[in-house]
Design a protein around this ligand. Structure first.
Ligand code: DGL
Length: 274
């Protein structure tokens, strides 16, 4: 793997990976911010969801995916999946010869930069909340006096995939989940799951104007821009970018759901037979 880094250059793609289609929200944020960069996406659609699996299994899957992307000479790895970032980030970083960014640290930094009253809410899948990763990241980066209120919102994943992003059922669900968080007077809310950026307008409405939403997808794309610039690895954009989407299964409605998450047509989709 060490030789790979020697071969990665400015025109190499950014490797973005997730347990499924959700990470396409991160790919989308990177495409919007860095339109000259090519993306090699990996979505483990055959084994999703990761949120309910053991740490060992998630780490094994994450290793397999990271190696797959590194072998294809990515210049940077972006762990788009909050669950993988929460439990397997160290494993991925230890094996990777290229820099690794992940959504949790990016989201934590984004939240700390925005909060004024030092009361931050975090919404995520059950596994991410149980890992305590956001709390550790925010406490580790902050000055220690930040209050963090975490709330698992497992129903948001299927609601977003169903396309119910502006639906009364989702609005009621959001009121139910966010009620206890908002009661704690948070002024900042971290969207700690790949699927939640799709619910942003509805969450903004439910949370009200006094609460800033931090989108981990946007936060990680900002970090990627700065890192590539610092490492002099930004693509000069002499040729149009080339995006390839690797998936381990092409499930029902994959195209429709994927394109909604990506916000544009999915071009080159390749099935990986593991
Ligand atoms: N991608 C996952 C995350 O961001 C959600 C779906 C899953 O559980 O695999 O946490």
């Amino acid at each position: 793997l060490k030789e790979v880094i020697m071969q990665a250059d400015q025109t190499s793609p950014i490797g973005v990976f997730d347990s499924g289609v959700g990470g396409l929200t991160v790919a989308r944020a990177i495409m919007d911010r860095l339109p000259g960069e090519s993306i090699l996406y990996f979505g483990d659609t055959a084994r999703v969801p990761y949120g309910v699996k053991s740490v060992e299994t998630i780490a094994r899957y994450a290793t397999q995916i990271a190696e797959f992307l590194i072998e294809r000479r990515v210049k940077l790895l972006v762990v788009a999946c909050n669950t993988m970032a929460a439990v397997a980030f160290q494993t991925i970083r230890d094996l990777s010869p290229v820099p690794v960014l992940e959504v949790i640290e990016a989201g934590a930094r984004g939240a700390l930069a925005r909060t004024r009253n030092h009361r931050i809410g975090v919404i995520a899948t059950s596994a991410t909340v149980a890992s305590g990763a956001y709390v550790r990241a925010i406490k580790g980066l902050g000055n220690g006096c930040t209050e963090i209120v975490s709330q698992a919102c497992p129903l948001f994943v299927p609601l977003a995939e169903e396309g119910w992003t502006d639906h009364e059922v989702t609005r009621l669900t959001a009121r139910e989940y966010l009620g206890p968080v908002l009661a704690q007077d948070v002024d900042t809310l971290v969207l700690g799951c790949t699927h939640y950026p799709l619910l942003k307008p509805l969450l903004r409405e439910v949370a009200g104007p006094g609460v800033e939403l931090v989108d981990s997808a946007e936060a990680v794309s900002e970090r990627a821009e700065l890192l590539l610039r610092d490492l002099k690895l930004a693509n000069p954009g002499l040729e149009p970018p080339r995006h390839v989407f690797h998936v381990t299964d092409v499930p029902m409605r994959f195209q429709e759901v994927g394109e909604r998450f990506l916000g544009r047509p999915l071009g080159n989709v390749q099935l990986v037979k593991w």
